[in-house]
Design a protein around this ligand. Structure first.
Ligand SMILES: O=C[C@H](O)COP(=O)(O)O
Length: 252
């Protein structure tokens, strides 16, 4: 059985005090006994990682960084390395978010370097990818997703996939209020699993958690999560509100 995951990407939101209050409220409301094989993850901004880690010491909630640099160290003003994340106790990192791709020019090739570095610093990766609206309209969405995965991840050895969580996020559904239908999400997740099975093995493909991201809310989470190849969600806007986020966790 695959691990279910609900991850909240807080993006550039919340002060330190707000971040601690939010994660503490989530921890209080998420019932650890009921979670069974579900992981709950939050990703605050870099400067609040230590504070949120402190607040989650006795909690089931895990903490991810939103990004890391592709080089180990050096003259990269304003950047954060994998070593720095490991050093403060971070064990997960989001890579390839569409906002990093769109606003910071991150390419699949650059992301492959980041993924490679994640192993050195014991960072589990939530790898994001997904097509733009034009790709979906022109019917190219499967091709685009396949090439994103091939270019950034298909150089990995089979055993390296133990470290990878996938997050399919159609760009047209992020922060827009427009969600992929549960059928569209299922169709793409099944396709993703198939191309992984073709490249590696069915067994490996069956074990990978594939999250859906893009305007997941309490009102649509149950239906999206009910699809067989959807193993949870990467949540943006709704992760900033404790009741909404906990309702989405409970939807799983
Ligand atoms: O990382 C999360 C995704 O970008 C989804 O964001 P959203 O739930 O606000 O659409």
């Amino acid at each position: 059985m695959r691990t279910k995951i609900v991850a909240g990407n807080w993006k550039m939101n919340k002060t330190l005090a707000e971040s601690k209050a939010l994660v503490e409220a989530i921890s209080d409301k998420v019932n650890g006994d009921k979670l069974e094989d579900t992981r709950v993850i939050v990703a605050p901004t870099y400067v609040n990682l230590t504070g949120v880690l402190d607040s989650t010491e006795d909690s089931v909630v895990e903490v991810a960084a939103q990004n890391m640099h592709q080089e180990e160290s050096g003259a990269y003003t304003g950047e954060i390395s994998g070593a720095m994340l490991e050093d403060i106790g971070v064990e997960l990192v989001i890579l390839g978010h569409s906002e990093r791709r769109a606003y910071f020019g991150e390419t699949d090739e650059l992301l492959a370097k980041k993924v490679d570095l994640s192993y050195k610093y014991n960072l589990e990766v939530i790898f994001c990818f997904g097509e733009e609206l034009e790709d979906r309209k022109s019917g190219n969405h499967f091709k685009v997703v396949e090439s994103q995965l091939k270019n950034a991840l298909f150089h990995l050895e089979a055993e390296d996939w133990r470290n990878i969580i996938l997050a399919y996020e159609p760009v047209w559904a992020i922060g827009t209020g427009e969600t992929a239908s549960p059928e569209q999400a299922q169709e793409m997740h099944a396709f993703i699993r198939k191309i992984i099975a073709d490249k590696y093995t069915q067994n490996l493909a069956d074990g990978i958690s594939i999250l859906y991201g893009g305007s997941v809310k309490p009102a649509n989470a149950v239906e999206i999560f009910s699809k067989p190849d959807v193993d949870g969600g990467l949540i943006g806007g709704a992760a900033l509100n404790v009741d909404d986020f906990v309702a989405i966790v409970n939807a799983i």
